[in-house]
Design a protein around this ligand. Structure first.
Ligand code: UDP
Ligand code: MG
Length: 317
């Protein structure tokens, strides 16, 4: 029985030692016959992350690393971790100790019962997070769950344990715009949710700026819902009926009151509004088209500079 722990790392030189100590302690508490591999993925860090993980790999043969040529984003780093993992169970966990490693024990027990293919986690509070950020996050979850057929859980972390079957299912999804929160739900396997309270980051700041989170949520909506496309048609139909109504009003006014030609201001407003809605629709179509473009180009998700994993990484051509 092998458990793979995969850790995406971007500028985590200070966190890796602390993380390594905690995770090896957790691993030591497991019964005989359960082996571990720790796969650190260096996502093009600008600090000494690569050197630190390499050092650990020389001291501890369970430590594996994959190092990217540049920063490809957490999604790519997680994907590389899953592809590199050969465990029966695979854990995805952050390097900053915001995901309590002790939970791995509970995850393992639940997983062993054979009832679940995935043990996932969610944060039950958003303490320490700016209010405005929580507000937008909540709105996003409400919205996406209304317009998508894959359920996206509020507060869901990427931190989870997956069975080999689940990992293979997730890896069979070849799309380039990877919105993991949706991809992990997509196979629809039985999932057990564990809850924990928000833990502050061990060292350094979050790498997620507000803008990054915003584009990530758009990514999620575009990847898992066609509703925005339908929205442009709905707007078109609505505007058409409104214009019919206006035509009737204008004709009646002309016949009954014999109005002069008026309405310069309202015409200007209408033109502006309709032009705005058209731009908005074009933008929506553009977002989908951009994704199509990315898929068609079919570029690899990441470039590996160095790794100590024998299992050759699946060829991403
Ligand atoms: N991370 C990564 N690539 C990135 C950004 C983040 O591999 O471009 C890793 C990071 O090192 C950490 C995890 O993803 O292990 C979560 O990042 P962070 O703590 O910044 O996010 P948050 O906890 O605020 O969601
Ligand atoms: Mg974090």
């Amino acid at each position: 029985m092998l458990i793979s722990i995969t850790v995406p790392c971007y500028n985590e030189e200070k966190n890796i030692p602390a993380f390594y100590n905690v995770i090896t302690e957790v691993a030591a508490g497991f019964e005989e016959g359960v082996d571990f591999e720790f796969i650190f993925v260096n996502d093009g860090s600008k600090d000494e992350t690569y050197r630190v993980m390499k050092e650990y790999s020389e001291k501890d043969s369970r430590v594996k690393y994959v190092s990217f040529s540049r920063n490809f984003g957490k999604e790519a780093a997680m994907l590389a971790g899953l592809e590199a993992a050969s465990g029966d169970y695979v854990v995805v966990i952050d390097a900053d100790l915001q995901d309590p490693p002790e939970l791995i024990k509970d995850m393992y027990q639940l997983m062993k019962s054979g009832e679940y293919e995935r043990i996932a986690t969610r944060r039950v509070d958003r303490k320490g997070e700016p209010v405005i950020r929580s507000f937008f996050a909540k709105t996003f979850y409400k919205l996406i769950n209304k317009i998508s057929n894959v359920k996206i859980v509020d507060g869901a972390r990427d931190y989870s344990m997956m069975s080999r079957r689940m990992v293979d299912s997730v890896l069979s999804l070849k799309e380039k715009s990877r919105f993991t929160k949706g991809l992990f739900e997509w196979p629809g396997y039985k999932t057990k949710w564990l809850e924990f309270n928000n833990v502050a980051r061990n060292e350094g700041g979050s790498k997620w700026s507000f803008f990054k989170l915003f584009s990530y949520s758009i990514e999620g909506i575009v990847a898992f819902s066609h509703f925005p496309l339908v929205l442009s048609s709905i707007m078109g139909v609505l505007l058409f009926f409104i214009s019919l109504l206006f035509i009737v009003i204008i004709i009646v006014r002309k016949l009954v009151f014999g109005d002069e030609v008026t309405g310069w201001a309202s015409t200007a407003c209408i033109i502006l509004m309709v032009a705005g809605l058209q731009q908005f629709s074009l933008g929506i179509i553009g977002s989908y088209l951009a994704r199509v473009f990315v898929e068609v180009k079919d570029r690899p998700m990441y470039v590996v500079l160095d790794t100590n994993i024998d299992k050759t990484l699946p060829k991403k051509d």
